[in-house]
Design a protein around this ligand. Structure first.
Ligand SMILES: [Zn+2]
Length: 120
């Protein structure tokens, strides 16, 4: 499973926002970045350090220690394109493992699964 501790994830989010800035103007990108900040909070002292992750479904604060996420988390980012009903919007949410299990248990087609060869 890809590391969810923050820095890699955060870089991806920033990259998406930067792409949005190029394609659709700075205002939308700034709004997407601001929305992300409400879900995963980072300190601004020196290097950015993950401070908080909140499950969007149940509102529980996930366990974060020393800038690292210490429990399972499903992080989703969906960039809606031109042919969607949300043209240009980037949505993001985090789910704790319990909420992930509840959500995927409702799937008609089960999630694909494989064993990660390298755990971070
Ligand atoms: Zn939850």
């Amino acid at each position: 499973m890809e590391e969810m501790s923050g820095n890699n994830y955060h870089r991806k989010q920033r990259r998406i926002c930067a792409i949005l800035a190029l394609l659709q103007g700075v205002d939308r990108a700034a709004a997407a970045a601001e929305r992300e900040e409400t879900l995963q909070k980072y300190s601004d002292a020196g290097e950015r350090k993950l401070m908080q992750v909140v499950c969007n479904r149940c509102g529980r604060h996930l366990k974060v220690e020393e800038g690292r996420l210490k429990e399972g988390c499903f992080s989703a980012t969906a960039a809606f394109g031109y042919f969607s009903r949300k043209d240009g919007s980037v949505h993001h949410f985090d789910l704790c493992e319990d909420c992930y299990d509840d959500m995927t248990a409702q799937f008609v087609v089960p999630v694909g699964e494989e064993t990660a060869t390298e755990l971070l």
